[in-house]
Write a protein that binds this ligand. Structure first.
Ligand SMILES: [Zn+2]
Length: 228
């Protein structure tokens, strides 16, 4: 692939790299604490307990989609747990080993657990994708109405950080995704796909993406506290 733009070409609206680097360090620190291991019938998961928004990473470890082994999206789990701790929210990530794919199997026990943890709070479902020219893809799922008030915060903060952000392309969060299944249950849920460059400490995308998520997550958590 020969993209027409590279990240360094983009002028962030809020180019405060020093503060962003500090936010990344804080998240990295928070990502390292031990979480509570739980075991379900299709595999294990780690939970960081809190209140409010749920940050989920269903693909942190190797999983099986219709029996075919799929690559782990390593780094999404620690990020979900860190964002939960950063905002006092709830984090959940799959742990080895998984029999199936929570982002594909209807009513996978992971979905049940997220649904139960989320109650009336929104879920932010984190994934990793290959670079295609956008750094962040926000999937609104089959019921976009249930992402109201969520996606604009992520778009604003991503643009402020100097990231290329898209809605529903290349991934829209179909009916079998964690987002789609939660929405089918009437839950507020949104899918965020980040390129693997966003997890590479040597790449400019990491400071921009982790800090944008820290800021968006904090904004959402505060909005919820002030409207409660
Ligand atoms: Zn994924």
């Amino acid at each position: 692939m020969n993209p027409e733009s590279i990240l360094a070409d983009i002028t962030p609206l809020a180019p405060d790299l020093r503060q962003r680097t500090q936010e990344v360090s804080r998240l990295l620190e928070l990502s390292q604490s031990a979480a509570k291991r739980e075991r379900g019938p299709s595999g294990a998961w780690d939970v960081a307990t809190g209140q409010g928004i749920v940050f989920s990473a269903p693909h942190e470890v190797t999983h099986f989609r219709d029996g075919v082994e799929k690559t782990a999206e390593q780094g999404t789990g620690p990020l979900a747990l860190a964002l939960a701790r950063y905002t006092g929210g709830i984090g959940i990530t799959t742990a080895a080993e998984q029999d199936g794919d929570p982002n594909w199997d209807i009513d996978n026990p992971y979905i049940e657990r997220v649904d139960n943890l989320a109650a009336s709070s929104p879920t932010i479902d984190l994934h990793m994708m290959r670079p295609r020219g956008v750094d962040v893809c926000i999937g609104l799922g089959p019921v976009p109405l249930l992402t109201q008030g969520l996606w604009p915060v992520f778009v604003e903060e991503a643009a402020a950080a100097g990231l290329r952000v898209s809605l529903n392309w290349p991934f829209w969060a179909g009916p079998r995704s964690v987002t789609g299944q939660l929405q089918a249950r009437g839950r507020k849920a949104i899918q965020l796909e980040l390129t693997w460059e966003c997890f590479d400490p040597a790449h400019l995308a990491m400071a921009r993406s982790w800090s944008f998520l820290a800021r968006a997550a904090r904004r959402l958590a505060r909005m919820r506290t002030s409207s409660a």
